[in-house]
Design a protein around this ligand. Structure first.
Ligand SMILES: Cc1ncc(COP(=O)(O)O)c(C=O)c1O
Length: 365
């Protein structure tokens, strides 16, 4: 089976060297040496300040929403992974869905503006498949209406926009280092925080709000990254540029092999991209589903990212059958029905890509 992705692992010996250190110190978690070192190395690599490592990307989103004491409504995209919407609901906020741009697949700032009410407290935008949102327009809207701007940057490791890290935009960007991501720490995540006070607050929140043995400042949670995760990150970070380069050559090869079909590709806004996903847009839902089934028949597992839209999740449907119509999400519906993500990972072999693209071309004739 050719899967959608294959997690990167370092040389076993290299990881074992870190494990030996953990065995000798018996320091397994609680802001250990490797977590601190990885924070410094990531700040350097990503060219950002104020990075906080966390247990996963989901906790990063929760803490971002929590840190601002948000109330009321958060405007977000329905074209995303479950976490972005779930986190809003878990923080007892009300997600309001805006439509997306049909070329970049990111939230449409004009629709965001239309959906602002006196209850809106924040925008939670997602850089979908690592493709930078319209950060300038979103910032302008956030400033004009005094809203917090949070980016779910789960897919965005190493991406730059206008020659600077895309993580510099907005009040907080959250990252995921899950096994399937461009850079992985097995499970893991991070928050990149602009405001120094909020940065300190999230550092407290990730460790139960504990400042010292006798001072608990906030009702926090356990969202700490452990030393085993950080060690994996330190190993994987060493080869990251080479891995992204290999992703690029696979991405380009796919594009070349599929150029003369009527497939559309995502319009990439990055000045430096990470080739995290290989989304293709078919002409109809029927065509997408036919390609999907034909690939499955041939032992290839693409994914319909992101289908269904989060607004179509069962828990929303149970509450209100007409929610999608209410939000006028025609472009998100269209893209979600026609999208398919193809396998992409650094050591995906050329013959496998050829097999995948041959099957697709045959279906599209
Ligand atoms: C857009 C998006 N946000 C958030 C997450 C959550 O990250 P994690 O799995 O690290 O909790 C993911 C994970 O795949 C994601 O794709």
């Amino acid at each position: 089976m050719i899967k959608i992705t294959k997690p990167d692992l370092p040389e076993l010996e290299e990881y074992i060297n870190y494990l030996k250190k953990i065995w000798s110190t018996r320091w397994l978690t609680n802001n250990g040496e490797f977590v601190q070192l990885l924070e410094r190395k990531l700040e350097e690599y990503l060219k950002v300040k104020n990075i906080i490592l966390l247990s996963d990307g989901t906790s990063a989103l929760h803490l971002a929403l929590k840190a601002f004491n948000l109330k009321g409504e958060v405007i977000t995209t329905p074209f995303t992974f479950a976490t972005s919407t779930n986190a809003i609901l878990w923080e007892r906020l009300n997600p309001i869905f805006a439509d997306i741009d049909p070329d970049t697949y990111n939230i449409d700032p004009d629709d965001v503006e239309k959906k602002i009410t006196d209850k809106t407290s924040a925008i939670l935008a997602v850089h979908v498949f690592g493709n930078p949102c319209n950060v300038e327009k979103l910032q302008k809207i956030a400033d004009n209406y005094k809203l917090k701007l949070i980016y779910d940057a789960a897919h965005t490791f190493g991406v730059e926009y206008k020659k600077q890290s895309v993580l510099k935009y907005g009040d907080i960007s959250t990252l995921s280092f899950h096994a399937t991501k461009v850079f992985n720490t097995i499970e893991g995540g991070a928050a990149v925080v602009k405001d120094e006070k909020i940065f300190k607050k999230i550092r407290l929140l990730r460790n139960h709000g504990i400042k010292s043995e006798e001072a608990v400042m906030l009702p926090g949670i356990n969202a700490k990254m452990n030393e085993f995760q950080a060690a994996m990150g330190l190993c994987n970070l060493k080869n990251i540029d080479e891995k992204i380069q290999r992703r690029k050559s696979i991405y380009d090869y796919y594009k070349r092999n599929l150029t003369h079909t009527r497939i559309k590709f995502q319009k990439i806004m990055a000045t430096k991209y990470n080739y995290s996903y290989m989304p293709i847009l078919l002409r109809s839902q029927l065509e997408r589903d036919t390609v999907f089934l034909e690939l499955i028949k041939n032992d290839i597992k693409p994914r319909k990212y992101f289908y269904p839209l989060t607004v179509n999740y069962n828990y929303f449907k149970d509450r209100d059958e007409n929610l999608v119509e209410k939000y006028h999400l025609s472009r998100a519906i269209e893209i979600s029905n026609r999208i398919l993500c193809l396998p992409l990972y650094p050591d995906l072999e050329r013959d496998k890509i050829e097999k995948i693209t041959d099957i697709i071309r045959k279906v599209l004739i």
